[in-house]
Design a protein around this ligand. Structure first.
Ligand SMILES: *Cc1c(COP(=O)(O)O)cnc(C)c1O
Length: 357
């Protein structure tokens, strides 16, 4: 195991008002950095003061987008411990994304240990209010100064930390979603199952148009037939039809959400019928017509569970569960966050303690 070098800041910052945190606007005192060079591997792991760094204008990531990222959270529990939630599951997915864009794999166990050290050093940045958390953003960028298409020989891995506010400070707020029938986000064989910036670049224009029309998000359909449901782009999507939870399968164009995984495992444990299968948008609208569509909700690390109140497809809108949060979404949200904040016993081994306060 390589030695982790730690250089502490001599200008510690101040935690902003916990009611004003929002998402991803503030960063903690320190960050983790590590370099890669072909022949040498990942080297020089270090925790240093958070701040600017230098890069050549020719750095490959800026031109060809060879990059990956992750998003997970640390929580302050009700009994004053700092914990991570399924960190290795996120870091293993990091490597799945790396593989898709020819970025060399990281040593998951080593980076996990470095991450725990980083969070411990910045533990005072984990906000206290229930619903708040410390968002953890690991990412890798290709740094070769070369303006030509190839696989880079040098990379930088960073982990930065951001205290974030409660998503549902004012209670659940079911969202209006537009089913996108003009643009496509990803196609099987492409990058849809990698957490890579390109997928977000591909989704911006559709998102801007949907927002102008009054929608919060876009629900993507498969790019070939525009028929089968994929995901929301920041969240996976689940439907409750006739007491069965149905979600699209991981068939190559959607991200394997860790919250999706947690949600499916938990729902099964609760005795619900859970099915991963192709589901068409027609089927959802028909189920609604027959009165069989009970709930629709998204799953993602940021909001955990996000109820969908309305779906609009080709100008036709259906209202789900009277625009209210359904019992299944509520129960899953309460249980997942209950485990994360230490209010409910973790019988799954998902919680990973960083330190006691
Ligand atoms: C991160 C992400 C999600 C949600 O995944 P979680 O692991 O649950 O946070 C869903 N779709 C895409 C495209 C994503 O990048």
């Amino acid at each position: 195991m390589q030695d982790l070098v730690i250089k502490r800041t001599d200008k510690p910052g101040m935690m902003p008002d916990e009611d004003q945190l929002g998402f991803g606007k503030y960063f903690t005192d320190h960050m983790f950095v590590m370099d890669y060079e072909t022949g040498k591997g990942w080297h020089s792991p270090r925790i240093v003061p958070y701040g600017e760094f230098s890069l050549y204008p020719a750095a490959m990531v800026l031109h060809y987008g060879q990059a990956t990222f992750e998003g997970m959270k640390a929580y302050r529990t009700v009994d004053d411990r700092i914990v991570l939630f399924r960190p290795k599951d996120y870091l293993n997915r990091f490597n799945q994304s790396n593989e898709k864009v020819c970025i060399p794999p990281i040593d998951v166990d080593f980076v996990h240990q470095c991450l725990k050290k980083l969070v411990e050093i910045d533990k005072n940045w984990v906000p206290k209010k229930i619903g708040t958390s410390l968002y953890i953003r690991p990412f890798i960028i290709a740094t070769d100064p070369y303006v030509g298409v190839k696989v880079s020989d040098t990379y930088k891995l960073f982990i930065i930390l951001s205290p974030v506010g409660a998503y549902y400070a004012a209670g659940f707020n079911p969202v209006k979603i537009k089913v996108e029938d003009k643009y496509a986000r990803a196609v099987k064989g492409g990058l849809g199952e990698a957490k890579t910036p390109a997928n977000y670049a591909a989704s911006l224009k559709a998102g801007v148009e949907a927002k102008k029309e009054g929608f919060a998000q876009v629900l993507w359909l498969d790019a070939i037939e525009r028929k089968y449901i994929e995901e929301v782009g920041t969240m996976n999507i689940l439907f409750k039809i006739n007491d069965e939870i149905i979600t699209p399968p991981l068939a190559g164009s959607i991200l394997s959400g860790r919250t999706r995984l947690t949600t499916l495992e938990l729902a099964k444990d609760m005795g619900m019928k859970v099915t991963e299968r192709k589901i068409s948008i027609e089927e959802v609208f028909e189920a609604h017509e027959k009165g069989e569509l009970q709930e629709v909700f998204g799953s993602g690390t940021a909001a955990v569970i996000s109820p969908v109140g309305e779906l609009t497809w080709k100008g036709k809108t259906i209202v789900i569960n009277d625009n209210k949060t359904g019992p299944t979404a509520q129960k899953l949200f309460d249980t997942i966050t209950g485990i994360q904040y230490g209010k409910i016993e973790d019988k799954f081994g998902w919680v990973d303690e960083v330190t006691k306060l």
